[in-house]
Write a protein that binds this ligand. Structure first.
Ligand SMILES: [Zn+2]
Length: 160
């Protein structure tokens, strides 16, 4: 018997000529974060953003990566300032999972100070109309009791 809330029994929608099909994919599991474990521990325990720096070329990776893809050497942990600039942004109007339930929300790219690449991440506390490329932003974390050690424990807010 189908549950009324089971999306697999909800009719499809047509948006801009494309079908959007409600579905369910639920698999609970534990995933090892391996060499990047410190990144998640620092977020949860210390509200700190850590990147990784290549000792040979100096590239700083955020999101962290345990080796430099140019030099093929192990990288070392470095603390990021948490400040950066918006590189790209968009407003998401449709919730595609059961984690981000509130729509609309803003997703953007933030280039952290010193980092080699921009990072895709949530941007909050600013109206979409007021965002611009190059806007200075800083990381803000959920309160300690709400942090679960995941990247949704932080987001970026205007730093002006
Ligand atoms: Zn390198």
């Amino acid at each position: 018997m189908a549950d009324d809330r089971d999306p697999r029994f909800v009719p499809i929608k047509v948006q801009d000529g494309f079908v959007v099909m409600p579905d369910r994919w639920k698999v609970d599991f534990w995933a090892s974060m391996g060499e990047l474990s410190r990144f998640f521990i620092e977020i949860k325990e210390n509200a700190r953003l850590m990147g990784m720096k290549c000792p040979r070329c100096g590239s700083v990776y955020f999101w962290p990566r345990s080796w430099c893809h140019d030099c093929y050497v192990d990288t070392k942990w470095v603390e990021m300032s948490g400040k950066g600039k918006v590189t790209v942004f968009g407003q998401v109007e449709v919730s595609l999972n059961d984690i981000q339930k509130e729509v609309p929300f803003i997703q953007g790219g933030v280039h952290l100070e010193g980092a080699r690449y921009a990072t895709p991440i949530g941007i909050k506390k600013v109206a979409f109309e007021n965002l611009y490329t190059g806007m200075p932003v800083r990381a803000e974390f959920l309160p300690p009791g709400e942090r679960t050690g995941r990247i949704r424990d932080f987001y970026f807010v205007p730093d002006e």
